[in-house]
Design a protein around this ligand. Sequence first.
Ligand SMILES: Cc1cc2nc3c(=O)[nH]c(=O)nc-3n(C[C@H](O)[C@H](O)[C@H](O)COP(=O)(O)OP(=O)(O)OC[C@H]3O[C@@H](n4cnc5c(N)ncnc54)[C@H](O)[C@@H]3O)c2cc1C
Length: 436
Amino acid sequence: MRIAVIGAGIVGITTAWELAEDGHEVTVFERRSSIAEETSFANAGVIAPGYVTPWAAPGMPAKVLGGMLSAHAAVRFGRDVWRCLPWIRRYLAACSRPVHEANRRAMQALARYSRERLDNIATRHRLDYEQAQGYLVLLRHERDLERAQGGIRLLQDLGTTVHVLDASACRTVEPGLSVDTPLRAGLHLPHDGVGNCRLFAHQLRALAQPAGVSFRFGVEVMPLDPAEPMCLRWQDSARPAGAPHGLADLQDDRFDRVVLCAGVAAARLARTVGLRLPLVPVYGYSATMPLRDSVAAFSQGPQSGLMDERYKVAITRLGQQIRVAGSAELGGQAGHMAVSAQATLYKVLQDWFPGGGDVSRARLWKGGRPMLPDGPPVVGAAPVKGLWLNLGHGSSGWALSCGSARLLADRIAGRQPAVDDGRLGYERLRHPGRLD
Ligand SMILES: Cc1cc2nc3c(=O)[nH]c(=O)nc-3n(C[C@H](O)[C@H](O)[C@H](O)COP(=O)(O)OP(=O)(O)OC[C@H]3O[C@@H](n4cnc5c(N)ncnc54)[C@H](O)[C@@H]3O)c2cc1C
């Protein structure tokens, strides 16, 4: 079949790859000049299936409100938060325990499958995407350890290997951890890890192109035409903003299937064909810098991935670089870099790896997680003939990408996927607080 994929983030590129593997003729449309230029550009790089979890969780709204007065709040509200009110209402409806647990199981099953698929691609094609093994969740105080107990039990129920370590065992796993910052315990997930999402996306593109995938960069696909949703129309994205566009500027082509992988922008593209996708960008920040002294890196920088549970900040080692990432800004703006959010990243890095990275050479980045209110992405058919969705991966798009892509390709081929997709359909969005 001729299949169009809209969006060349990590979700679009993995989708294109799996569809090409199934023998389809695939064209990827991307408004930017290359792949992984938006949210997939500089995320934390964590691939931790055991820790993939919906943000809609019992007790979470109270925790968010309670933390808001702190200078280092993990969740912040931007000036456009009022635009997110319908989304917040749906989020609150999905915070009940049964809904949260069903969503968490669905996400973790997809994440584990995704990890397998990623390993399979990387091994088969000998890819080095700066991967490192092991993920350590840092619990600063006794109360953090107490709060983690429910999560530990759930991880164990799901068959995830998780070791509860004391502070000195944590420092054996991560010898660079500062001894000056109080550390009560750590949760070590030895089978989880990190990898450079953007690097992997570029490597996959290099494999996909000779396999027959065509890329059209610098083109903005127009909202779908309700009369002919399989006929895509697009224009040059370099067109000056606001310039009137005549029909002559538009090009078009017909496909047998169209897959929407356009992140947050998917909502606008699909509204014209009657789809209501409750997607909002939840912005986060990262700072990436070279390890201070890569020879002495063993004692100074991280070995793999860590999460400071108190501040919800991840610190990862990607090759010879350190990346520190976090913050969740609802109703924020893409171009506005909040100084306080950056200060939290540097504080946490300084707490755990003082002098580990060359902060003077840090590159700052802000990206919008394409977030649905309840947690799992939508991977499957849309209620429009020929249209498929692979979107809304929120804070775990890298960790979920390879599995989501294979699942979607299997469904398009009419095959039963290897992972249960009962909670990944579009229909569930109508009632995010219900289990049926
Ligand atoms: C600070 C931060 C840290 C994170 N850390 C992690 C992590 O550790 N692990 C993890 O798994 N995930 C993490 N994430 C989440 C992850 O980065 C995202 O879930 C993932 O990148 C989403 O990928 P995507 O392909 O759906 O979206 P994107 O990468 O945004 O791709 C969508 C693409 O569609 C294109 N597009 C949109 N509209 C059009 C159009 N009309 N025409 C043509 N092209 C179009 C865009 O240009 C874009 O390239 C993090 C996110 C942030 C912000």
